[in-house]
Ligand binder design. Structure first.
Ligand code: NAD
Ligand code: UDP
Length: 330
């Protein structure tokens, strides 16, 4: 079954985490699609800069709120995207208990809101539910290999529990819930200092500082450009019937971290050398999505190769560096 355009089933969409890297791009795409957007965010890992232009519009409302607290929104809501959660390892490990609560209590609060409003619900899950995977590439029916006591667990296990809440709400017939498993995504509006590999390498190269490679750099990731990802999210939200299962969205092109560093050095004129630092605990060794399900159910596949998507991303970080904004937080 194929998803075609993004049909209008009512016009008001709530985006939790809507001022973040992915959330702000999603808000823009929804507005361009004729939706009225309510953006909910506590600015924990983002900034008002990302939604500055949208904030001047009448079809965009911003609510500063932590989703760990219930949301008393009475205006009718037709769709809810839950993207609220720190995504970078240093950010989600900074306050691990709050990260866990954001995924569990926060998702629970948003599911209750969806139930009250009869809204379709899309949960941003993650490839991290596969942990340090023993199967490769990762298909959705792989149950994963997660250390529930390690420093990444607050994120991985929180997201796994959030998936459970969604599928229980769906089975109970309470909420039309959908779950997307997002693989590493990059693009403009990432925070320059958020500690993820793409932002670190580009900012370091632009500043002629050493590129930090954790471990030997032979670990792999698969990098999806933000516009491809947002298209996948909107397709999953709007596809009928609800697939009733999680869907991987990511770019199956697999690169070692050293290959990514070499690519960045070929695109950014820099005198940066490479320095190796210790590999963080439980760092996944290989990660690559099997996207057969997204191709089949959503008629979706990424269209932006890494070398192409890095160009606007580098321009974004160049602007940040020129403006002296190593952090664009509020
Ligand atoms: P991001 O940090 O830029 O955005 C997350 C947003 O959520 C921020 O605006 C932050 O302030 C907000 N937030 C965090 N906790 C909150 C809370 N308790 N209440 C309200 N707002 C809160 O990260 P991103 O890359 O845009 O990721 C968005 C979502 O996608 C996250 O849920 C993340 O787990 C998921 N995801 C992202 C990637 C990726 O590569 N970017 C990969 C897998 C999954
Ligand atoms: N990494 C690195 N140097 C950095 C930041 C990250 O070598 O400055 C590595 C990290 O150890 C991991 C990969 O790059 O193997 C991707 O890290 P990121 O934090 O972007 O996301 P993850 O997929 O690990 O959540």
């Amino acid at each position: 079954m194929m998803a075609s355009a993004h049909p209008h089933r009512g016009n008001t969409v709530l985006v939790a985490g809507g001022s973040g890297f992915l959330g702000s791009s999603l808000c823009e795409a929804l507005i361009a699609d004729g939706k009225k957007v309510i953006c909910v965010d506590n600015f924990q890992t983002s900034s008002h800069h990302n939604i500055e232009k949208l904030a001047r519009r009448r079809d965009f409302t911003f609510v500063r709120h932590d989703i760990c607290e219930p949301l008393p929104i009475e205006e009718p809501i037709h769709q809810i995207y839950n993207l609220a959660c720190p995504a970078s390892p240093p950010a989600y490990q900074a306050d691990p208990v709050h990260t866990m609560m954001t995924s569990v209590v926060g998702t629970g609060n948003l599911l209750r809101l969806a139930e009250r409003h009869g809204a379709t619900f899309l949960q941003a899950s993650t490839s991290e539910v596969y942990g340090d995977p023993l199967e490769h590439p990762q298909r959705e029916d792989y149950w994963g290999h997660v250390n529930c006591t390690g420093p990444r667990a607050c994120y991985d296990e929180g997201k796994r529990a959030a998936e459970t809440l969604c599928f229980d709400a769906l089975r109970a017939g309470n909420v039309d819930a959908r779950v997307v498993r997002i693989f590493n995504t990059y693009g403009p509006r990432m925070q320059p200092d958020d500690g993820r590999i793409v932002s670190n390498l580009i900012v370091q190269a632009l500043r002629h500082q050493p590129l930090t490679i954790y471990g030997n750099g032979e670990q792999t990731r698969s990098f999806c450009y933000v516009d491809d990802l947002v298209d996948g999210l909107m397709r999953l939200m709007n596809v009928t019937p609800n697939p009733g299962c999680p869907v991987n969205i990511g770019n199956p092109g697999e690169f070692t971290i050293m290959e990514l560093a070499d690519l960045v050095r070929s695109l950014v004129p820099t005198s940066s050398i490479i320095v190796h630092k210790p590999l963080p605990t439980d760092d996944p060794k290989r990660r690559c999505p099997d996207i057969s399900r997204a191709r089949e159910i959503l008629d979706w596949q990424p269209t932006t190769p890494l070398a192409e998507g890095l160009l606007p991303t580098i321009r974004w970080f160049q602007e940040c560096v020129e403006q002296g904004q190593l952090s664009r937080r509020a």
